[in-house]
Design a protein around this ligand. Sequence first.
Ligand code: SME
Length: 160
Amino acid sequence: MAEIDPIVVDQVDALLAGETNLMTIYANASALLADAIADNNWCGFYLLNKATGELDLGPFQGKVACMHIKPGSGVVGTAFADGQSVLVPNVHEFPGHIACDAASNSELVAPVKVNGQTIGILDIDSPSLNRFSETDQATVVAFADHLGAVLDAISVNAVH
Ligand code: SME
């Protein structure tokens, strides 16, 4: 499977330069990344709801998905709790994996951080086993880091 072209990291900077609307930023970031990744069936965001402490479904490309994930639950909640990217070659072997789309077989997630604080999780699913390489993981982490810098520049905090 083709690796994700790292040019997408530069593209997200260019695409979002000057944008200040949060939904607009997340929506187009998910569209850009989904389009750049062959063989993905879901690509989008779970965003911290500070009032509930849960991760709420944000803008995404893909099928209807679970709307609330608790920190520590599933791949997304684990990444949030640890503040770290998680690469899952086979979701069926990940304890507590949350199956939103039965077609998903592998998954890659990365935290979106502002001022060192995780405010959301970027989540990508694939119908193929072992779809994502460690190089892909580095690219997606860089993408999420650049997105975090865009949010930092418009003074977004953990409240969405
Ligand atoms: N599989 C994720 C849930 C989100 S969906 O993949 C869109 C998880 O285990 O956290």
